[in-house]
Design a protein around this ligand. Structure first.
Ligand code: ACO
Length: 162
């Protein structure tokens, strides 16, 4: 399990604190969508010396949770921060006694699909045409049109285990 190194802190925003949209818009180009799933969700920011390195929007429903948005600052990507945030959310789900953690990404998000499966998430569902039906502009990544939402899930087997 990865632990936060000294100087890093994972903080939860209170409901009235402003969201760092620039960060979360990297993961989801629609501010309206972000606002819709932020309502009733927990927002965690990973900070170091007052600077935000990355963040997660984590939404609990019954015995399950979903990571609705995860993003790392553009200049900091590829250094293991995303993996650290995901480990922290798996741990958070375990500490809350939840059974399953979901995460969804686009069919064109090759790196994200790699990352989530490396951390033990397994493919669970395809929400066909999700991005076509819910976003006004076409989204392209890696030369592929992002049309479908790929859902992945991870069983949380022991409280606090990652
Ligand atoms: N392309 C290729 N590989 C990638 C990519 C990518 N875009 N992103 C991550 N990886 C791989 C890395 O190679 C690494 O693999 P390895 O452990 O096998 O060597 C692994 O994933 C972990 O990489 P980290 O350095 O921990 O990832 P990072 O700190 O960059 O965070 C994240 C990953 C959150 C996807 C970040 O790149 C980011 O913010 N991207 C833009 C926003 C985004 O796409 N967010 C996710 C959308 S889906 C959702 O929000 C639920």
């Amino acid at each position: 399990m990865q632990r936060l190194r000294p100087g890093l802190e994972l903080v939860r925003l209170s409901a009235d604190e402003a969201l760092p949209y620039d960060l979360f818009l990297q993961a989801d180009p629609s501010r309206a969508m972000i606002d819709s799933y932020r309502a009733g969700a927990d927002v965690f920011l990973l900070r170091e010396a007052g600077h935000v390195l990355g963040g997660v929007i984590f939404r609990v429903s019954g015995m399950t949770a979903e990571i609705k948005n995860i993003a790392v600052g553009p200049k900091l990507q590829g250094q293991g921060i995303g993996k650290l945030l995901l480990h922290s959310m798996i741990r958070e789900a375990g500490l809350r006694g939840l059974k399953t953690l979901f995460i969804g990404t686009g069919n064109s998000s090759i790196g994200q699909l790699h990352l989530y499966q490396r951390l033990g998430f397994e493919l669970s569902e395809i929400r066909r045409n999700f991005f076509v039906e819910n976003y006004s502009e076409p989204i392209w990544e890696n030369g592929i049109e992002c049309r479908h939402m790929v859902m992945l899930e991870k069983t949380i087997s022991f409280p606090g285990e990652t």
